[in-house]
Design a protein around this ligand. Structure first.
Ligand code: UFG
Length: 341
């Protein structure tokens, strides 16, 4: 019997890649998404890659009766919860919108999962570590007080899951992603930022294609080797595979603790300048960029110690940053070709 995984937010950037990897690993997937931050591009791409259409349900996870109905109508072995708002700056301007959406939706997922005995995988973030005292960070590194409502919702949702697991005999995993970048090698699914991108790689690819005039590198006076910030850029397909490992561990009853947390990163720090130069080199182009003032709220450096995921999940990142940056560029060109049709 195939196991069924519900992917909330499955039409988005990470959710679409996870859907592909889950189906290719033999899972049935139900995608549920309110399409508040995406169009049908990624869902269509998923269907094209897989050669069939996974069940798609348009719904909002803040709608408790709808969530209850979904869980009642389907036997769901595990749910992966992506459906959330994710723009740091917007969360500072609209905290209530972020708290209502990101917390309510997850509480509804937890309630329904509790009733139906469903395993829960929560998409958390390295943002919970804030500015770490020591790098790389392990899962034992202290969480720092959140610097944005968005970051706060990640911490709170981790705590909701921990407490529900402890109280109700549930099983849950939180995956803390570092900086997800890149696209599927088919170039049929990828990141679709609305408006001006906040994140580095979409800004790079949009500058390279001519949608943006110039990339601003936010600060070159940090205490790092080249003065720009250090991050752990994790390929989205590698990241998606980590979800398959985590889901299998849950549904096959291999968890050692009922609540587990894993860092999902490469373990390799990369500076903003190094990333820009790698992008130029692998794609054979010159990028228009300038050094700009620091962006408020940025941490100097954070990267993962991913050894626990390797040991317990049998997962590690495999794609090189060059392959990933080539895939991001292929995706941007695919979008441009589609727009020109
Ligand atoms: N950067 C630039 N120019 C840009 C965009 C980014 O120089 O146009 C730099 C940033 O200053 C930072 C690095 O590129 O040094 C990475 O920035 P991103 O915005 O791509 O990613 P962040 O590390 O800021 O974001 C990550 C996660 C978020 C999380 C955030 C918390 O992607 O989900 O950390 O700070 F909320």
């Amino acid at each position: 019997m195939k196991k069924t995984v519900l992917v909330s937010g499955g039409a988005g950037f990470i959710g679409s890649h996870v859907t592909v990897e889950l189906v290719q690993a033999g899972y049935d997937v139900i995608i549920a998404d309110n399409m508040s931050n995406c169009d049908t591009t990624n869902y269509e791409g998923v269907c094209a890659i897989l050669g069939y259409k996974p069940l798609f349900i348009k719904m909002d996870f803040c709608d408790a009766p709808a969530v209850e109905k979904l869980f009642a109508e389907h036997k769901i072995d595990a749910v992966i919860h992506f459906a959330a708002f994710k723009a740091v700056g917007e969360s500072v301007a609209e905290p209530l919108m972020y708290y209502k959406n990101n917390l309510d939706s997850f509480l509804n997922v937890l309630e329904a999962s509790r009733k139906s005995g469903t395993n829960v995988l929560f998409s958390s973030s390295a943002t919970v570590y804030g500015e770490p005292d020591r790098t790389p960070v392990t899962e034992q590194s202290p969480r720092k007080s959140a610097t944005s409502p968005y970051g706060n919702t990640k911490q709170m949702c981790e705590d909701f899951l921990r407490d529900c697991v402890a109280a109700y005999g549930m099983h849950g995993i939180a995956l803390r992603y570092f900086n997800p970048i890149g696209a599927h090698p088919s170039a049929l699914i990828g990141e679709l930022p609305r408006g001006v991108p906040n994140n580095l790689v979409p800004f790079i690819t949009q500058t390279a294609i001519g949608k943006r005039a110039c990339l601003s590198i936010f600060g070159d006076d940090y205490p790092t080797p080249d003065g720009t910030c250090l991050r752990d850029y994790i390929d989205v397909v590698d990241l998606a595979k980590a979800h398959v490992c985590a889901v299998s561990r849950m549904v096959e009853g291999r968890m050692e603790e009922p609540y587990e947390i894993y860092n999902i990163g490469t373990g390799r720090p990369e500076s903003v300048l190094e990333l820009v130069q790698a992008f130029e080199k692998v794609n054979g182009l010159k990028l228009n960029y300038r050094i700009a003032p620091r962006r408020p709220g940025d941490v100097t450096e954070v990267w993962a110690d991913p050894s626990l995921a390797q040991e317990k999940l049998g997962w590690k990142a495999t794609r090189t940053v060059e392959e990933t940056l080539a895939s991001a560029w292929a995706w941007e060109k695919h979008l441009a070709a589609k727009a020109a049709e």
